[in-house]
Structure formats: C-alpha cells, structure tokens
Design a protein around this ligand. Structure first.
Ligand code: SAH
Length: 350
C-alpha cells in the first residue's frame, strides 16, 4: 500500500482499481504514511500557513429537497431565516476586524436573492473591502447568473459535485436534480473564470469505494482550485435520519490522497470533520488540509443553518474565537495567514 502512496505522490494519479484498493483496505499505518507525505506536499507549496475564510450563512430557505440535507424544503421543522444586505455587511465588517480577507457566502437556493440583489450584495462588499475575496456557495444557477456574480466581483465559487456517479446521485436527490446538470454548472463556473471548488460527502448513504474512486477521478478531470470534503452526518428530520455518519478516519485518508493528487489545491478541514471529532480541524491539517472556515454568521441565526445534527458553530468554529484557533494551530506548528489566500495557480497567471 505504501508503494501506491509513493506512486500517487510522484505522478498524482492512480488507476480506479488502485484507488478502490486503497480506499477499501487502508490500515491506520497506511493512513499515517499518506498523511506524512501529504503534509510534506502541502508544506512544499504553502509552508506552515493556514488560510482562513469567514463563513456567512446567508439563508436556510431552499427550493431543493436533497434527501440528506437538514434545510431541504420539506423539513417543516426548520426555522427559516435569511440575511439582508445590511446584516451581511455587518458580518463582513466584523470579520475584517478579526483578520478575515475572504468571505464565503453560503446558503440554500433561495429565489429571494434575485440576481440583481446578489450582485448588489457582492459589489457592496467589494466596495467596503476591496482587498478581500468573495466566495459564493449558493448552488445551481443559470450560466448568465453565474456570469453576473462574477462581473459584480465574486472571485470563487463552491459547488460540491456530491457524488460523481449519476445513479448514486439519483439515490441522494429527487428526480428534478441531476448529477449531469451539477457537473454542467461546474464547467460553466470554470469557463467564466471563477476559482472553482467541488467535492463530496464521505460515507453518504449507499456510497461504495468505487463511488469514491470515481469522485477522485472526476476531480482529476475537473482540476478545481478548491476541494471540500466532509463526513456525511445524519439530520433527524430527513429521510436518512437513521443512516450512520461517515468515518473520520476515511475522511482524513481521502484528504491525504487529495493533497497528493493536487499539491496546490485549497483544501479545507471542514466543519463536519470538527463536528464529529473535537480535534478534527487539527487532524485535517495534519492530513494535508490548509484552509479553515470559521463561522461568521450573526449569533442569532447560527443554530438555524442545520445541515446535519449537532453542527458546530461555537468554540473553534466561531470566527470570534480566532485567537483560540491560532493557539491550537500553533501547538501543531502551523500559523494563520492574514490575506486573501488565493489559489497559487491564479497568482501564477496574474
Ligand atoms: N446550496 C448550496 C450549499 C449547500 S450546503 C449548494 O447546493 O452547493 C454545503 C454542503 O454541505 C453541501 O454541498 C453538502 O455536501 C454538505 N451537506 C449537506 N447536508 C449534509 C449532511 N447531512 N452531512 C454532511 N454534509 C452535508
């Protein structure tokens, strides 16, 4: 197995059969070896720097009904909220003071935010903070809408493909959503010029090692600038309430494989990882991740953006506790970087 890891580190890809073998039969020793190689790879590109992003959860209204997601439209128990432009600008002003230079606006697909309103929000943030990057994560939109967001000043866009296998996709989503269209959206985002992020859940219902190998190969083809992965965690008001959560160990191992595949990719240690493991963030970084996204949403709405049960928005997950985060990274030899933290690929092309 270590030979496969060495090969991945050297040539950045493997056959599907080799990925399946690694994913289905890795041991703690293989994972430790992969993490060590991944750490070295990340340090060669990013040194010991960790990029931070302030996450603003715009709205939990959503027109979609993804079977795994706590803010799906059929969840009548969700207490819905949405933030107006002025509230968002308060979050970014506070975040700026705390040292954030990237703001991630994430939300359900909420038609209340018309293209015009979103572009107004984007340009207002850019006006107040011209030295900051804006990342959007508001789901599937038309190509024209994506272009309008970009023209208004948005820099990056996160849209996880969720699973590359379209049969698997159809078991996680209602029929009006398709894996093919989600992939089309990703290609549009790249064409328009966004630094684009994709990714998947680890341990989502019905997922097989072959599905995960296909996810890695899909990403190899897409070549995104950012990749977000995290364990699936059930939400009690969804059809998958009884499905067990994904494995922290497998998520960490996949982070290491992704780092070896994409030495310069922006790879967060996600909230879902921190939710399942109190030192999930640190473990993620030690497995090759280089980004964290603490929560900058207004306190009053923080426990309402419940994608899954027990989702963290306090402690280390809270932007206001950045000093704690800094101290904890310091203990493992890492430092928070105060700048936009663009993809090294973009910097090179500028
Ligand atoms: N509407 C946006 C944002 C979705 S929420 C979009 O469509 O991209 C961001 C991510 O949370 C999703 O892409 C999904 O991968 C993840 N997520 C949703 N429900 C989850 C769950 N139950 N467990 C773990 N991750 C989940």
């Amino acid at each position: 197995m270590n030979r496969l890891i060495d090969r991945l580190a050297a040539v950045h890809t493997l056959s599907k059969a080799d990925f399946v073998q690694l994913i289905s039969s890795f041991t703690p020793e293989t994972a430790a070896y992969a993490a060590e190689c991944a750490r070295k790879t990340a340090q060669a590109v990013f040194k010991n720097k960790i990029y931070i992003r302030g996450l603003i959860e715009l709205t939990n209204f959503c027109r979609n009904d993804c079977y795994y997601c706590g803010i799906r439209r059929s969840n009548c128990h969700a207490q819905r909220y949405r933030l107006e432009k002025e509230e968002i600008l308060c979050c970014t002003a506070e975040g700026y003071e705390l040292g954030f230079r990237t703001f991630v606006l994430q939300g359900g697909e909420d038609p209340y935010y018309t293209t015009q309103y979103m572009t107004d929000i984007i340009s207002s943030i850019k006006q107040q903070h011209p030295d900051c990057a804006i990342t959007l994560s508001v789901g599937e939109q038309s190509k024209d809408t994506y272009q309008a967001y970009f023209d208004a000043g948005a820099d990056r866009y996160l849209l996880r493909h969720e699973t590359a296998d379209e049969m698997h996709y159809s078991r996680l989503h209602p029929t009006e959503l398709s894996g093919a269209h989600r992939k089309q959206c990703l290609r549009w985002l790249k064409e328009i010029g966004f630094q684009t992020g994709s990714g998947f859940m680890v341990g989502s219902p019905f997922q097989t090692p072959e599905n995960l190998a296909d996810d890695l190969l899909f990403l190899a083809d897409l070549k995104p600038e950012m990749i977000g992965i995290g364990p699936f965690i059930p939400h009690h008001d969804t059809p998958f309430a009884q499905v067990p959560h994904g494995s922290v160990e497998l998520t960490l191992f996949l982070l290491s494989l992704l780092r070896l595949m994409f030495p310069d990719v922006l790879l967060p240690a996600t909230t879902a990882l921190g939710t399942l493991d109190p030192i999930g963030r640190e473990k993620g970084i030690l497995a090759g991740a280089n980004v964290v996204m603490p929560n900058l949403s207004p306190q009053a709405v923080r426990n309402k953006y419940m994608l899954y049960d027990n989702k963290l928005a306090t402690g280390m997950e809270s932007a206001q506790h950045i000093a704690d985060l800094r101290a904890r990274f310091d203990k493992i030899g890492y430092e928070i970087q105060v700048d936009r933290g663009d993809s090294p690929r973009i910097k090179m092309s500028n």
